[in-house]
Ligand binder design. Structure first.
Ligand code: HSE
Length: 436
C-alpha cells in the first residue's frame, strides 16, 4: 500500500524524537499499521542545522505554512507549541482537508472546541494523545479502554517538571531553582517554566482529561490553579511525619452539584501508589464505576516518550483515515451532539479536607481560640500537632488536619484565625485527598 505522507512542524525536543523513532522503528510501525508512515515535508526555524532528516527524501523549510499548504501531505504533525500561530496553522491544515496530530496541550485546552468543530465539519481527525502525560497513553485508556464506565474522578500527577522538583526537594533537600534548571536542561520544562511551576501546564492537561472523562466541553478558564512555588520544606517534613506526601495533583471530580476541576499541591497518604510516583514520572488514577480504580504510570515528558504518543496517534489516524466518519472513535470520546453541559463548580464550592499550618504565640488559650473558630463553623478537626518552641522562641508551629469542608467555609475560618492576635502572619493551607 502507498505510504501515508506526513508533514512535520517543529524539530525540537518532541519533533526530533518523532523523526528519530519514526525512522528507527519504521519496519515495526509498518507491520502494525499496514502502511508505512513517511515524513515528506518538515518545517523548523533551525532547519539548516538539522541532521535527522535526509534532504534528498524530505522537503525542508523554515516556513510551517509550506507544510500545511503542501497538497501531498495527508497528516500534519504540530509540534511547535504556543497557541497563536499553532492555532492558525492547525485550522488551515484542517481547512485543507488534512488530519492533525498535536502534542500541544495549551492549544487543545484553550482552542480545542473550535478545532474539533472545524475538524468535524471537514471530516478530518485531530489526535492529541501526547498532550497529556507525555508517553502515558491516558487519552486512549479513558476514551476507549474505559468506555463502558461512568467515570467518577480522575487524579493525576501530570507535570513531570513539578514532580521532579518536589521529589528532589524531599529526597535530597535540593533548592527549588537548582532543580528547575536541571529540568530545563533535560528538556522536561516548558519554554516558560512558570507554566510548570504555577500549575498552568497541569491545568491545560486536566482540562483535556476532564473532557474525555465526562464528555464536557474544554473549559480551561474554569480550572482552579495553584502552583508549587510556595511549598516550604517544613510542610514537606510535617506532611511526612503525619504519613502523607505532598504532590502537585490535577483533580477532576463529578459531584452532585457539578464538576470540580482543580490543580493544587495536595497531601496524599504515603501508602497510596500514586504518592510514590517520583521524579519526572507522571501517573493518573481514574475511579470508574464498573472497573473501580485504575492507575496509569510512565514518563510524562521527554523526547522519545512524547514521540511514542505522537506516533501512536499517527498510526491510529493512518488506520482510521479511510474509514467512514461514523466508524471512527469520537475525538473526545463522546459523540459531538452528546456533550454534557453539566456546570463546572467555582472553587468556593469545592469540598476538601485541609492541612493548615500557622505560627502561634505559645501561651494558654491560643489553641482553644483557634479550635473554637473551627467548631463555630462546623469544621471538624481530625488531628492537631503543636511543635515545641525552639530555645529562646515564644512562637510555635501549630498544624491542624481538618475533615472535608466546603472551600468557602474554610476561607472564612482561615480569615478569622488570621485575625487572632496570637497568630502571626498567614495560615498555610494545603488541600488533602485520600483517594480511597
Ligand atoms: N513541561 C511538561 C512537564 C512537559 O514537565 O510535564 C510535558 O508536557
Amino acid at each position: 500500500m502507498k505510504p501515508v505522507k506526513i508533514g512535520l512542524m517543529g524539530l525540537g525536543t518532541v519533533g526530533g524524537g518523532t523523526a528519530t523513532v519514526l525512522q528507527r522503528n519504521a519496519d515495526e510501525i509498518t507491520r502494525r499499521c499496514g502502511r508505512s508512515l513517511q515524513i515528506v515535508h518538515a518545517a523548523s526555524l533551525e532547519i539548516a542545522g538539522q541532521k535527522l532528516l535526509d534532504p534528498a527524501r524530505v522537503k525542508l523549510t523554515e516556513n510551517a505554512w509550506d507544510v500545511v499548504n503542501n497538497p501531498d501531505v495527508e497528516i500534519v504533525v504540530e509540534l511547535i507549541g504556543g497557541y497563536t500561530l499553532a492555532r492558525e496553522l492547525v485550522l488551515k491544515a484542517i481547512e485543507n482537508g488534512k488530519h492533525v496530530v498535536t502534542a500541544n496541550k495549551a492549544l487543545i485546552a484553550i482552542h480545542g472546541d473550535e478545532i474539533f468543530k472545524a475538524a468535524q465539519a471537514k471530516g478530518v481527525i485531530v489526535a492529541f494523545e501526547a498532550a497529556v502525560a507525555g508517553g502515558v497513553p491516558i487519552i486512549k485508556a479513558i476514551r476507549e479502554g474505559l468506555a463502558a464506565n461512568r467515570i467518577q474522578w480522575v487524579a493525576g500527577i501530570i507535570n513531570g517538571t513539578g514532580n521532579f522538583i518536589l521529589t528532589e526537594m524531599r529526597e535530597k533537600g535540593r533548592d527549588f531553582y537548582d532543580v528547575l534548571k536541571e529540568a530545563q536542561a533535560l528538556g522536561y520544562a516548558e519554554a516558560d517554566p512558570t507554566f510548570d511551576v504555577e500549575g498552568i501546564d497541569a491545568a491545560h492537561k486536566l482540562t483535556i482529561l476532564a473532557s474525555v472523562a465526562f464528555g464536557i466541553p474544554l473549559q480551561f478558564k474554569k480550572t482552579f490553579t495553584e502552583g508549587i512555588s510556595k511549598i516550604a520544606r517544613e510542610d514537606v517534613t510535617y506532611a511526612e511525619q503525619l504519613g502523607y506526601r505532598i504532590k502537585h495533583l490535577g483533580i477532576a471530580r463529578r459531584t452532585e452539584r457539578g464538576i470540580e476541576m482543580r490543580v493544587h499541591p495536595t497531601l496524599i497518604p504515603e501508602r497510596r501508589l500514586i504518592a510514590n510516583v517520583n521524579g519526572v514520572m507522571n501517573a493518573v488514577l481514574v475511579k470508574s464505576d464498573a472497573v473501580g480504580p485504575t492507575l496509569y504510570y510512565g514518563p510524562g515528558a521527554g523526547s522519545e516518550p512524547t514521540a511514542s504518543a505522537v506516533i501512536a496517534d499517527l498510526i491510529d489516524v493512518a488506520r482510521a483515515m479511510d474509514a467512514d466518519v461514523s466508524h471512527r472513535v469520537a475525538m473526545l470520546g463522546f459523540q459531538p451532539n452528546a456533550m454534557s453541559d453539566v456546570p463546572v463548580l467555582s472553587h468556593d464550592e469545592f469540598e476538601t479536607a485541609c492541612y493548615l499550618r500557622m505560627l502561634a504565640e505559645d501561651k494558654p488559650g491560643v489553641l482553644a481560640d483557634v479550635t473554637r473558630i473551627f467548631a463555630d463553623k462546623h469544621i471538624s478537626i481530625e488531628a492537631v500537632i503543636q511543635k515545641e518552641p525552639q530555645e529562646g522562641q515564644t512562637r510555635v508551629q501549630l498544624i491542624l488536619l481538618t475533615s472535608k469542608v466546603l472551600e468557602k467555609q474554610m476561607n472564612a475560618a482561615i480569615a478569622a484565625v488570621e485575625k487572632l492576635d496570637a497568630i502571626e502572619g498567614k495560615v498555610t493551607r494545603i488541600r488533602m485527598e485520600h483517594l480511597g
